[in-house]
Design a protein around this ligand. Structure first.
Ligand SMILES: NC(=O)c1ccc[n+]([C@@H]2O[C@H](COP(=O)([O-])OP(=O)(O)OC[C@H]3O[C@@H](n4cnc5c(N)ncnc54)[C@H](O)[C@@H]3O)[C@@H](O)[C@H]2O)c1
Ligand SMILES: O=C(O)CC[C@@H](O)C(=O)O
Length: 538
């Protein structure tokens, strides 16, 4: 049974799939103070938050069971991602679920700002009939500068176009072609400043975007510009904005997000030309249901099927690529586990990963992480996973290198993993054969053809007659059943290897007796913690 803690106000309806699931227990604590959260977090496997709960490194120190932090929304700036990554905790979000809510809120703010609706409402509701103080401006034929043309920026721009606005857009990823297709103009930040009547920001808050709209930028803007921020507080420097509005250079601003939330900046709150909402961009019934639905479904997928779609601290890939790589992922993990055992369980100092064939066309980052996780799991057990594998490797001072070769080694796909500790090197080459499954095709310099099974007996010996018989009879004498057996050699009469799949492991005593066979140099059981469960049942 997995325990899920839900803090912050998350839609009950949206959590239905988790609440109804027999393998999950959901506990809701929407107003838990940080100190209390620290005391209980150690009991939970997953945590669902909105933007209020601050998931800090300190909190995560007590989160020993936690495997998933889910942000029911887009921005993950309330979560210390690096701390989560170091602990191997997956951080997921619901990237598209509140796009429409935030888009419509931005337009509502822009129209309210243009027509002074909140100010007019306040006075009218107070009993005054003032028709002269609230003359607004139209959006029609005005220029809107959109900074950040991701999901929300694009939707805002499309809708603003339908008001007859001329759109100037800036985003490092926006191409001329896409801008043209959308009927907008790709522009620099400076052009946006010089030409826009309205500017709206839709970027995340990063080192790059913090203070993007500052005193210097505001000084370049067109007199009378109106500014909207429904993205993240801090993208606009509040002090500079207030100053520019007080001076009359900027006509007004509409803000949903603030440098510090809840906002307490009196100069800003009391300025008659600044309208504010308390971070309501995503607050629609629909968006709140959708974000909760999406993270609930993903949590179930992660725990039940080990499938991850929207992790912020994992490589993203299409479903198609994931499906193509799937058979290689289990094999990659197994190759990692085998190679480290072949290196006599010593920690590696350098790892080489080589991909051949069609695999080189794919985004192999997940596969690389799987191979590395397999290696590290021998010593680090459950504390290593796909999230923290790269971090742990760095922490251990192990270097790794990935090479994609445009040749195919005779197979549609082939991967080779080589691990060295400075003195010795161990190597495994493997593929997945269409219709036949995974095959280990190389161990060190020897060619073989072995299906990975839970117990493999690896023997190194002199290539002399009778060796196979002697090993077989000895195992038989000890009631050990052999599944398959393969031999490999580089030259007749030289050194050779034998790899047997066994139904169970061997005692240290049997290994000792095996090593007494004349010409047998090494005998080692290689054990795989992860095997193909379907194959095991057969
Ligand atoms: N007010 C709310 O309640 C609310 C709701 C949803 C989202 N948001 C926020 O809105 C913002 C946008 O969300 P989204 O879903 O569109 O994200 P997104 O990831 O789809 O888009 C962000 C875009 O910003 C661009 N960008 C990054 N750095 C930039 C820079 N220096 N200059 C220009 N562009 C830059 C990226 O290339 C990307 O295209 C985020 O900050 C998100 O947290 C707020
Ligand atoms: O949870 C919220 O209401 C805020 C959501 C929004 O800021 C986001 O980034 O998704």
């Amino acid at each position: 049974m997995y325990k899920v803690l839900v803090t912050d106000g998350i839609s009950h309806t949206g959590l239905k799939s988790l609440l109804d699931h027999p393998n999950f227990v959901v506990e809701r604590q929407p107003t838990l103070p940080t100190e209390e959260l620290k005391k209980v977090i150690g009991d939970y496997d997953a945590l669902i938050v909105r933007s209020q709960t601050k998931v800090t490194e300190e909190l995560l120190l007590s989160a020993d069971k936690l495997r998933v932090i889910a942000r029911a929304g887009v921005g993950v700036d309330n979560i210390e991602i690096n701390a989560a990554t170091r602990k191997g905790i997956i951080v997921i979000n619901a990237p598209g679920a509140n796009t429409m809510a935030a888009t419509e809120h931005t337009l509502a703010m822009m129209l309210s700002l243009a027509r002074k609706i909140p100010q007019a409402h306040q006075k009218t509701a107070a009993g005054e009939w003032d028709r002269s103080s609230f003359k607004g401006v139209e959006l029609y034929k005005k220029t809107l500068g959109v900074i950040g043309m991701g999901k929300i920026g694009t939707e805002v721009a499309k809708r603003a176009k339908s008001f007859g606005m001329n759109i100037l857009a800036f985003d490092p990823y926006l191409t001329e072609e896409r801008a043209k297709k959308l009927g907008m103009t790709k522009a620099s930040l400076d052009i946006i400043a010089h030409e826009s009547d309205f500017i709206t920001v839709h970027t995340p808050l990063t080192n790059d975007t913090r203070g993007l709209i500052n005193e210097e930028y505001l000084s370049k803007t067109k007199k009378g510009v109106r500014i909207v921020n429904c993205a993240r507080g801090g993208i606009i420097e509040e002090k500079a904005l207030v100053k520019a509005i007080q001076s009359g250079h900027v006509a007004g601003a509409a803000l949903d997000v603030f440098e510090k939330e809840p906002v307490a900046n009196a100069e800003l709150l009391q300025n008659p030309n600044i309208i504010v909402t308390p971070h309501l961009g995503a607050s629609t019934v629909e968006a709140q249901e959708k974000v909760a639905e999406e993270v609930s479904a993903e949590i179930i997928e992660i725990f039940e099927k080990q499938s991850i779609q929207n992790a912020v601290n994992m490589p993203q890939m299409s479903g198609e690529t994931q499906a193509k790589l799937q058979p290689y992922l289990l094999l990659g993990d197994q190759m990692g586990q085998l190679v480290i055992q072949l290196l006599n369980k010593q920690a590696p100092s350098n790892i080489e990963i080589n991909y051949y064939g069609n695999l080189i066309e794919e985004d192999t980052e997940l596969l690389t992480r799987t191979l590395l996780k397999g290696i590290l799991s021998y010593h680090l057990s459950d504390s290593v996973n796909l999230i923290n594998a790269l971090h742990l490797l760095k922490e251990q001072g192990v270097s790794y290198n990935v090479v994609k070769h445009p040749t195919n080694k005779g197979f549609a796909n082939y991967m080779e993993l080589s691990v060295s500790n400075g003195q010795e090197t161990a190597k495994i080459g493997a593929t997945v054969l269409n219709g036949y499954g995974a095959r280990i095709l190389k161990i060190n310099q020897y060619r073989i053809d072995v299906r990975p099974e839970k117990y493999l007996l690896y023997i190194k010996h002199r290539d002399v007659p009778g060796m196979i018989g002697k090993v077989g009879s000895l195992l038989g004498d000890h009631d050990i059943n052999i599944g398959t057996m393969q031999v490999g050699r580089t030259e007749v009469g030289g050194e050779a290897i034998m790899v047997l799949t066994l139904d169970r492991t061997l005692s240290a005593n049997v290994i000792k007796v095996l090593k007494l066979i004349d010409g047998l140099q090494e005998a080692q059981v290689l054990e795989l913690a992860t095997v193909d469960a379907a194959r095991e049942r057969r």
